[in-house]
Design a protein around this ligand. Structure first.
Ligand code: NAD
Length: 424
């Protein structure tokens, strides 16, 4: 594909190391004792399975499948299933821990988990992916369960795979159990409002942070990196709230218009143009990397991890960063951003709108009832705003950045719960 630019600059760190270093800083600030620290550092359960699958040419291929439950202290564990060739146990462990903190920050009664299969879904037929998904579900039948561990989509999976997973699990149980998985198609018990949930949460976090910084949304300029699910909904909803989205970007490059990008037009263009913005004429094309260093009020990285690093952090020219993506800022870049006085609404807070509405999907399935989009949005907005306020308060109380404050809120919640529950 000719329009793809080189990958962004990367630090040596990986997102797991970044997460662990913040976990350590927050644990120290909180005065967490070593015993609890050791409990929270180690995943509760790690499962690896071999999945023999008959391919379309009748050959049998064996795939590796993983599921890690980092913590089930707050409740059944929750986390996506990733289909990608890069999937390996260490990565799955890291992503599972991330889910624990994210659920705890927004105060939903879930622990953290993650799963994956090492495969390349783009080179597999729908039938092969279906058989692989059913084999994975069968192998994890003892792990999954509405009260044990609830998977969801992640990279390389979506509602289609979640429907197969739900069906396979239900067949094993001998009854329909739609609450075993979230991110399902609407007709199978998916929730209204799920598609826009993460972008919507980013909007709520951005507005709450702007209020603290006394930035008037009607005068705010915004740049959004990534124009997929999270970036495009965040752009649209921020524009609806009066903000001027002056730049958006995707793998094809970045698009700038100082008067504001008409976001709905950009979304329509993307949808007709194979999912990318190449050739979008209502903005000037600039280099993809330049979006990070544009002079705007608010930057929303909503593409991928490790895009703000020690190599570009000192050139960032904004007052607020709202992290739609997971792990967009490396830990080594944190002090540079803090020294510049930039507020960061961190990933585990700002993009938790998605897992919040997944929780609502599970609640609705268990109630055997369906909420209106309006109810879903109202409740998720409240959860996001409350979470923002808790994190902001902790940042003042402990005199730390919003990022460390988010970890403090999460670790405090999980460690207190652990102490009440006790161990062996
Ligand atoms: P997506 O695949 O729908 O969109 C990704 C977008 O980013 C695309 O426009 C792609 O072209 C662009 N992109 C990828 N690499 C880029 C790069 N190097 N530079 C510029 N643009 C690039 O993905 P998504 O669901 O919107 O997820 C985006 C991020 O948000 C990921 O980090 C994901 O883990 C995180 N996230 C997503 C959700 C969710 O509900 N979808 C929830 C929480 C976190």
């Amino acid at each position: 594909m000719a329009y793809i630019e080189p990958a962004p600059i990367k630090d040596k760190e990986n997102p797991f190391e970044s997460m662990m270093s913040r976990f350590q800083i927050a644990s120290q600030a909180l005065g967490l004792d070593d015993e609890v620290y050791n409990v929270l550092k180690s995943p509760a359960k790690q499962v690896q399975v071999s999945l023999p699958v008959t391919m379309d040419d009748s050959s049998i291929q064996v795939f590796e499948g993983f599921r890690v439950i980092h913590s089930n202290i707050l409740g059944p564990s929750k986390g996506g299933v990733r289909y990608d060739m890069s999937v390996h146990m260490d990565e799955v462990k890291a992503l599972a821990a991330w889910m624990t903190w994210k659920c705890a920050v927004v105060d939903i009664p879930f622990g953290g988990a993650k799963g994956g299969i090492k495969c390349n879904p783009r080179q597999m037929s729908a039938g092969e992916i279906e058989r692989l998904t059913r084999a994975y579900t069968f192998a994890m039948a003892e792990i999954f369960g509405p009260d044990r561990d609830i998977p969801a989509p992640d990279m390389g999976t979506g509602p289609r795979e979640m429907a197969w997973l739900m069906d396979a699990y239900s067949r094993i149980q001998g009854m329909t159990v739609n609450s075993v998985v979230t991110g399902k198609p609407l007709v199978l018990g998916g929730s209204l409002g799920r598609a826009e949930a993460t972008g919507r949460g980013v909007m709520v976090a951005a507005l709450a942070a702007m209020e603290k910084l006394k930035i008037n949304p009607y005068q705010a300029s915004i740049a959004v990196q990534g124009f997929g699910n999270v970036g495009s909904y965040a752009s649209l909803l921020l524009e609806e709230r009066g903000c001027r989205v002056v730049a958006v970007s995707d793998l094809s490059g970045a698009y700038y218009n100082k008067n504001g990008i008409p976001v709905e037009e950009a979304i329509k263009y993307r949808d007709k143009n194979n999912g990318h913005l190449e050739g979008f004429e209502m903005a000037e094309k600039i280099s993809g990397e330049d979006i990070i260093t544009l002079k705007v009020d608010v930057l929303v990285p909503a593409a991928t991890e490790d895009v703000i690093t020690t190599k570009n952090a000192d050139k960032i020219n904004v007052r607020l960063i709202v992290e739609g993506a997971n792990g967009p800022t490396s830990a080594n870049a944190d002090p540079i951003i803090n020294d510049k006085g930039i507020m960061v609404a961190p990933d585990i807070l700002a993009n938790a709108g998605g897992v919040t509405v997944s929780y609502f999907e599970w609640v609705q399935n268990r109630l055997g009832y369906k909420w209106s989009a309006e109810r879903v949005n109202r409740r998720s907005d409240r959860i996001m705003k409350d979470a923002f306020d808790r994190v902001y308060k902790a940042s003042l109380e402990y005199k730390v950045s919003m990022r460390i404050a988010a970890y403090i809120v999460a670790i405090d919640k999980v460690s207190k719960t652990y102490k009440f529950r006790g161990g062996f």
